[in-house]
Write a protein that binds this ligand. Sequence first.
Ligand code: NOJ
Length: 526
Amino acid sequence: MAQAWWQRGVVYQIYPRSFMDSNGDGLGDLRGIASKLDYLKWLGLDALWLSPIFPSPMADFGYDVSNYVDIYPPFGNLDDFDHLLAAVHQRDLKLILDLVPNHTSNHHEWFIESRSSRDNPKRDWYIWRDAQPDGSPPNNWLSYFGGPSWTWDETTGQYYLHSFLAEQPDLNYRNPEVKKAIADSIRFWLKRGVDGFRVDVIDRMIKDEQLRDNPLNPDWVEGRDNPTWKYLRVYSENQPGVHDLIQELRQVFEEFKDRVMIGEIAYSTDPTLITGFYGTDEAPEIHLPFNFALLMLPWQAEAVRSFVDLYEASLPADGWANYVLGNHDQMRIGTRIGLEQARVAAMLILTLRGTPFIYYGEELGLRDVDIPPHLYQDPQGINLGISRDPQRTPMHWDNSPNAGFTTGEPWLPLSPDYPVLNVVSEQADPTSMLMFYHTLLGLRRYTPALHAGSYRSVESPEGTFVYVREHAGKQYLIALNFWNVGRALTLPGRGKVILSTHMDRGDAVAELHLRANEGVVVELIG
Ligand code: NOJ
């Protein structure tokens, strides 16, 4: 069966605040993104996913939406959006937006109405409960951003639930009107021509009906561990009813042709947790339930191989894999494993079977930027000391002031390495990270075995992960050295190296010598 675009292609995540500023206010915007589409096309991508672009007071940088059917004014307006969408489609690219249905902003008119009186028609659109007799919150659930998940509201004398900030009240999906309102918001964008949505914390949209207390986490140690992990989220995430809800949401996508639904689910290295969200032929759920395992596993060949093998084995027959190396919530890969291994990681996700997700700037080798705590903007940094600002800093376009990102004052400081690590300089250096990504993306696109072929891992020396991709009789072997010492292996036949992470070889080999931190793609020639 022919592959869908979201199976064949590679998705690039743009954090709109930090991509390109067209009007000098220090914030990226839609016109800025539109001005960089030729670069993205040249790079070799297929789809762009924009983190939220909707009106928002920005308590959680757009993950607190105050209107699902408009644009955050500093990013532009609906005309700018239509212009961007048309320009994306003109280049045969796809555009994916970010839907945040679990919660709204407390400035959303639905919440303003809901909190106005106990008998307001929208009261039940959110989750309101009485205090316990001693005045404490209805249960022990904790917010992901610190403190209780409940905030007392004076006006009506009840608590409301928020899984994240108090500024992000959770919607009540046991109320059919809420489902309809969100479905209509999805339709609004899909009708406009948007190619799909990444859906925020989709596995948390339904809570335990009785709102029972979560049990204590036996492994949690006060003072050592993140306070938000004190209780196991047994009743506040991944509840049985969530699959029915996801099936209903999926049907909204099915009203349109060829749209994709990507879902953010728990960060887990247990493949069955991920594969449980594909649904079945009769009751489909998420096309691409995010696989974040590579962000969590130790960076060791054996750990990665055994995860990939298990994940492959647990995918349902029509389930399509995906791999993520970075996003706006996680430390950048180059910071976590170093830039040499970041090339190995790029070769890994761009040669595995499944849709790769690339976070903006990874193609340049951007790393987390040191941001002093007094400059933190991210509420998670301010409340818990775990700031996500370092991975959200502006993109590096060239070596002019502020890397060409803005003519104004950038909303976050830039990395001091931008005069060297930027698009223009790296395009001029044939072995830069950027040229490596560009070459690798081209190789994946034009090699059916790499975007559509089968996968099988093969035995290999410690510290290496080796697998074969095969399609229509053509075989490619990928050998990745996770160690910083050389490793040798014998090929199952003769082969020719067609790409090395070092970008300096094209030799025919039977015995493969991998240098320290080297990955290669070898075309097997029998
Ligand atoms: C997951 C998003 O990726 C993150 O950035 C956000 O803070 C939370 N969901 C809440 O929406």
